[in-house]
Ligand binder design. Structure first.
Ligand SMILES: CC(C)(COP(=O)(O)OP(=O)(O)OC[C@H]1O[C@@H](n2cnc3c(N)ncnc32)[C@H](O)[C@@H]1OP(=O)(O)O)[C@@H](O)C(=O)NCCC(=O)NCCS
Length: 174
C-alpha cells in the first residue's frame, strides 16, 4: 500500500499560486491522454486562461473548487458547477476531476469525490450529475463509489491526441 500524504480542501478564493498549480495539474493530465475538454498540446497560456475563468466563477459563487496538495504542491482538483438553470436549484454538475500522474492510485480520486459530495450536501444540493469517457479510469472510480450509470453517448468528444470517444453519463442522489 502507498502511504498517502495529501490534504483536500475547498478554495473560496483563488490566487496566482493556485492558478499555477492547477495549470500544472491540467497540463499533466492532458499530456497523459485524459479527455478533459482540451486537445494536445495544451499551452500554459490556454490552461491559465481556463483557470482564471474558473477563479471568476468561484468568486461569483457559481462553482465550488476543491484542491488536494502534497509535499510538491497542488496535485488534484475537482469542481461543482452551481451555475445552472433556475429550475434546477437542487443539483450541481461535477466537473474537471483531475489528479496529477504523480499522485494517482493512492485513493486521492476517491477522496476528492467524497469531499465534493460532502461540499454539495453542505450547499443544500441533493443531486449530482457528471460524464466520463466510457470504460476509462474515471468511469471505474465513479462506479466503485456507487454512482448510477445512465447510459453512453457514442462519439461524444475527441481524445486529446485525436479520435472520437464515447462518454457515459452518471448521477448520484445525495
Ligand atoms: C480518474 C482519476 C481522477 C483517478 O484518480 P486516482 O487518484 O488515481 O483515483 P484512486 O486512487 O481513488 O483510484 C484509482 C485506482 O487506484 C486504486 N487504489 C486506490 N488506493 C490505492 C492504494 N493505496 N494502493 C494501490 N491502489 C490503490 C483504486 O482501487 C483504483 O483502481 P482501479 O483503477 O483498478 O479501479 C485520475 O486517473 C485522473 O486524473 N485521470 C485523468 C483525468 C480524468 O480523466 N479525469 C476524469 C474526468 S471525468
Amino acid at each position: 500500500m502507498t502511504t498517502s500524504s495529501w490534504a483536500v480542501r475547498r478554495l473560496h478564493a483563488v490566487d496566482d499560486a493556485h492558478i499555477d498549480g492547477l495549470t500544472r495539474v491540467l497540463i499533466d493530465c492532458v499530456e497523459g491522454g485524459a479527455s478533459v475538454s482540451f486537445m494536445q498540446p495544451l499551452s500554459r497560456e490556454r490552461a491559465v486562461t481556463f483557470w482564471r475563468r474558473v477563479a471568476h466563477g468561484v468568486a461569483a459563487g457559481e462553482r465550488a473548487l476543491l484542491v488536494a496538495e502534497d509535499g510538491q504542491g497542488l496535485c488534484g482538483t475537482v469542481q461543482l458547477v452551481f451555475d445552472l438553470p433556475e429550475n434546477q436549484p437542487h443539483r450541481a454538475d461535477l466537473a474537471k476531476m483531475l489528479v496529477h500522474r504523480r499522485a494517482r492510485r493512492q485513493g486521492l480520486g476517491a477522496a476528492l469525490m467524497r469531499a465534493a459530495e460532502a461540499t454539495a450536501r453542505d450547499c443544500g444540493k441533493t443531486l449530482l450529475v457528471l460524464d466520463a469517457v466510457t470504460g476509462g479510469d474515471a468511469a471505474r472510480l465513479y462506479e466503485r463509489l456507487g454512482w448510477t450509470r445512465v447510459g453512453d453517448i457514442p462519439g461524444y468528444a475527441l481524445m486529446p491526441q485525436g479520435g472520437l470517444c464515447s462518454t457515459t453519463v452518471y448521477y448520484r442522489n445525495l
